[in-house]
Write a protein that binds this ligand. Sequence first.
Ligand SMILES: [Zn+2]
Length: 341
Amino acid sequence: MRSNDQCGNVNPMSDFIADIHCDLLCYLAYDSKRTPHDSAVRCSIPQLQKGGVKLQVLAIYTSTSPQSVVEGQEQVKRFHMLLDEHSDIFTTYGGDHNKITIIPSIENASSVFSEEENLDEGFKRIIDIEQNTSKVAYLSMTWNEANRFGGGAHTKRGITDEGKVLLHFLNERRIPIDLSHTSDKLAYDILNEIDKHSLSLPVIASHSNARSVYEAARNLPDELLSEVISRKGLIGLNFVNHFLGDSIHLHVAHILSLGGYHSLAFGADFFYGMDVPPEHQKDPETLFSPGYRDASVYPRILNEWKTQLQLDEKIINNIAWNNVNRFLEAEVYGSITAASK
Ligand SMILES: [Zn+2]
């Protein structure tokens, strides 16, 4: 990992971008004819390179269905294929810092747990990913619907007993919990369980904006954003039109006003619109505004923040790169080093 001491100085005006959420794996697993060079996915290799992306978290995303685990495993294979077939482009955390570091995350625990089997089967799959692929950046219990662990963003359900068991497993393995697809009830239940048992589990919102700026179930109310901030977690700014509303600047200013200088990051959520269940599909052309349409746009956005928001370069560098790297080093990878000593 390229860090300040290795390159000799502090990242000058955000040459590097870190983004903590995109759906490239799901796009590739959907059809074997697809390649990571296809611009339709919005986070293709050329687009990532043009945008200066040097670290990208790749979600293993499925909805909850009888096929979820099979689909999830297909996406784990695609992660390996990216490393094997594009070893000149991609590396894992701690690898060649001239390449793009890729890290898997689990968006919906149903990607690794079927609804009926013994939980141990799913735990084994997570351990297997961490031992044979890469440490997992974070896990989200649900997608938009409910599953055996709790209620997703489009429900009002809270956590189940199995959700609590999963939370304690994540705590033992130091896999951060993601609130981006929880119902509000599930989010509060997760925080209460963490506090009740004094767990040191990191909490993030990988790809959500501020609900008080733009009303959407997938955006977080101020109270939850403040919880993530006070727990030193990450909040990934989502570029999708129906979470962004009129202006990304309003979300940035608002989350900073809540104290999110060390939490704000990019979680742009680039995906190809037709890979989600039919009831969630939207015309790909309307999903993202022209200025936010693919991974090449980050440098222009940072420049806007500098000139129009008059944001300090230090804050811009934090959002673009430092916050994510600080979090991963301290909460995800640092803990492995410490545990193995
Ligand atoms: Zn999502």
